[in-house]
Design a protein around this ligand. Structure first.
Ligand SMILES: C[C@H](NC(=O)O)C(=O)O
Ligand SMILES: [Zn+2]
Length: 590
């Protein structure tokens, strides 16, 4: 037992140094694997993960000996984090968990959708998820072609991942129990340091659900008009393959089908980006310039020389966009199979927001480097992107001919943003609703798929376009399940980013409405954001929220204020029409 403050401070210093080293090598091994999926890099990642796991166990055993009573807040917080998490002591089980996770991620990342009656073993004519299959889902308006790739992708990766998932769940459960937790779900929730967090997210969803129902009702009618009443029944959930996205998580790609006021010029600037000859590098330079304009850190030279900003042609990679913190030498990178379009312009800012956060909290001890909560980390880039997509800024960077918009163009603009942000909310909630139940043992392997679709209908008002059975594993068709990346962070982000946007607009003395506010070049907005980012996870997230907004809690008033003009318009449009589905189906009256 150690209770000498001198020795404890010394231990914490050594912890910080060794954690930086171990995290650096773990990040490098992971980087090598995700940017070049080879047998060697996969095994190398497994080996390094085993080593960093050994270090973690030793560090935890030492931390347990430390008496925390007369330590200051900061040291106690560092020790709290040091003692967190699951714990597998058995080397074989730890390796099995690592290998199983790598296998699921690899199956997903190399998955291909092949033409019908493809000879076994040949990849002739097969399509990768990014960019090929994603582009079909975004651009084709052929019901059956959409169905083919929607089913094809799930067939390609679902069952194989589904076979591995129960082992993954068992091992995570054993690690949690040895670590002193009821289930792995408690480890996931622990990051929010909030005993009522599950109740809070349910309450927040109830507050924004009416907005989602308005959008869903309107979009369903437009899809019925597009594909016919025999394909889309306005009294029923929407077939899940018609929303322009493989997971129906964001609906921007069907903007043309749902556009409120046609021929008014659109703020979907994909075509303009291509006409203007935008390159992938330019997209990242524009994003970098926005952060610089706020007085924040620019991406360092190694970001440009070491990132992977487009899909390589000579190897398999994990295409799903990600940002990487190497914990040393100011080395931050992005890996992304970028395409020149508006959706990816948003994602570029999203990923760079992670890098900005890494750069801002790198003065913190390694163990305090992280988002105030994981939702904050997902919200930084998206908050900036809320300024980027405004007519004012798009005009400034030459993607819109004018920054003036009339009433109908304003509704069009809000619809574009709502298809990204409002559509996403139930999806952001249901993924971990499913996973929390799986890790608690409330959903068995036999029930994986049927419970998934129950949640998809309950929250999103979607239905599978064809019969799904328990031999399918549709959760596995979404990156975050095979990769083990938690998801409630995005639900949190899609709410708090509007609070952050409002706070930055206030700091920038913005006069106009929230949805037209663009904080580009505002050093006051930058200073406000910086004051929160540099905290990392050194304080509980309500303190970080208070630094940003003046109040400590998540709050839906900002997102409601942002979309108010659109909601008024939608309630007009939906007056007398069917809204909701299942037992909540009703006629809407203003
Ligand atoms: C919203 C989430 N973003 C991310 O993974 O970066 C997703 O793509 O599903
Ligand atoms: Zn992210």
């Amino acid at each position: 037992v150690v209770d000498d403050p001198e020795i404890i401070e010394e231990w914490l210093d050594v912890l910080n140094f060794t954690m930086a080293e171990v995290s650096h090598y773990a990040a490098l091994a992971s980087w090598n694997y995700v940017t070049n999926i080879t047998k060697y890099n996969t095994e190398f990642l497994s080996n390094v993960s085993m080593l960093s796991g050994n270090y973690g166990l030793e560090m935890k055993d030492e931390a347990r000996k430390i008496v925390q009573d007369n330590l200051d807040f900061r040291s106690r917080r560092m020790l709290k984090f040091a003692l967190r998490g699951g714990e597998l002591r058995d080397g074989h089980k730890r390796r099995l968990l690592q290998v199983t996770t790598n296998k699921m991620q690899t199956i997903y990342s190399v998955g291909k959708v092949c033409p019908p009656d493809q000879p076994a073993g040949s990849t002739e004519g097969c399509l990768a998820l990014e960019p090929d299959v994603v582009n079909i889902m975004a651009n084709t308006r052929d019901y059956d072609e959409l169905l083919r790739v929607w089913v094809g992708w799930r067939d390609a990766v679902g069952p194989k991942i589904g076979k591995l998932y129960p082992t993954y769940v068992e091992l995570k459960t054993e690690a949690a129990k040895i670590g002193g937790y009821e289930s792995h779900t408690d480890i996931l929730l622990e990051k929010y340091e909030d005993p009522t967090f599950e109740q809070e997210v349910d309450d927040l969803w109830q507050q924004v659900k009416p907005m989602y129902l308005q959008l869903h009702s309107y979009v369903r009618r437009k899809l019925a008009a597009q594909y016919g009443d025999d394909k889309v029944d306005v009294r029923a959930p929407i077939p899940a393959h018609l929303l322009g996205n493989m997971w129906a998580q964001q609906w921007n790609n069907i903007y043309d089908i749902v556009e409120p006021f046609p021929n008014q010029g659109t703020i979907d600037v994909t075509d303009k980006m291509k006409e203007e000859g935008w390159t992938i590098t330019k997209m990242f330079q524009v994003a970098n310039n926005f952060f610089k304009s706020l007085g924040l850190e620019e991406m360092p030279p190694t970001f440009w020389s070491k990132s992977m900003l487009e899909k390589p042609t000579d190897r398999e990679v994990v295409c799903h966009g990600s940002a990487h913190d190497f914990s040393e030498y100011n080395d931050v990178r992005i890996k992304m199979c970028t395409e020149v379009n508006m959706e990816d312009l948003n994602t570029v800012h999203h990923e760079m927001g992670h890098c900005e956060y890494y750069l801002q909290y790198n003065k913190q001890p390694v163990i305090l480097r992280g988002g105030a909560n994981p939702g904050f980390h997902e919200a930084v880039g998206d908050t900036i992107a809320l300024s980027v997509v405004t007519p004012d800024y798009l005009h400034q960077i030459g993607l819109l001919d004018s920054n003036k918009i009339d009433k109908s163009q304003e509704i069009n603009y809000l619809m574009e943003v709502a298809l990204n942000k409002i559509a996403f909310l139930p999806f952001g909630l249901l993924i971990d609703k499913w996973r929390w139940q799986v890790f608690r043992g409330d959903i068995t392997p036999q029930q994986y798929n049927e419970k998934w679709w129950e949640l998809r209908e309950e929250y999103q008002g979607l239905s599978p376009p064809v019969e799904r059975t328990s031999s399918d594993f549709d959760p596995g068709a979404k990156y975050h399940i095979p990769s083990g990346t938690p998801y409630i962070r995005y639900f949190v982000s899609f709410l708090v980013q509007f609070q952050f946007h409002e706070a930055l607009c206030k700091a920038a003395n913005n006069e106009g409405p929230l949805h037209l506010c663009n904080v580009y070049n505002s050093k006051e907005a930058g200073a406000k954001l910086k004051s929160m980012l540099e905290m990392g996870m050194s304080r509980p997230w309500p303190d970080a929220m208070e630094t940003m907004t003046g109040a400590p809690n998540m709050d839906t008033s900002a997102i409601k204020e942002y979309f108010r003009p659109l909601m008024e318009w939608l309630e007009e449009e939906n007056d007398g029409e069917l809204i909701g589905w299942g037992k909540e189906l009703r006629i809407f009256h203003q």
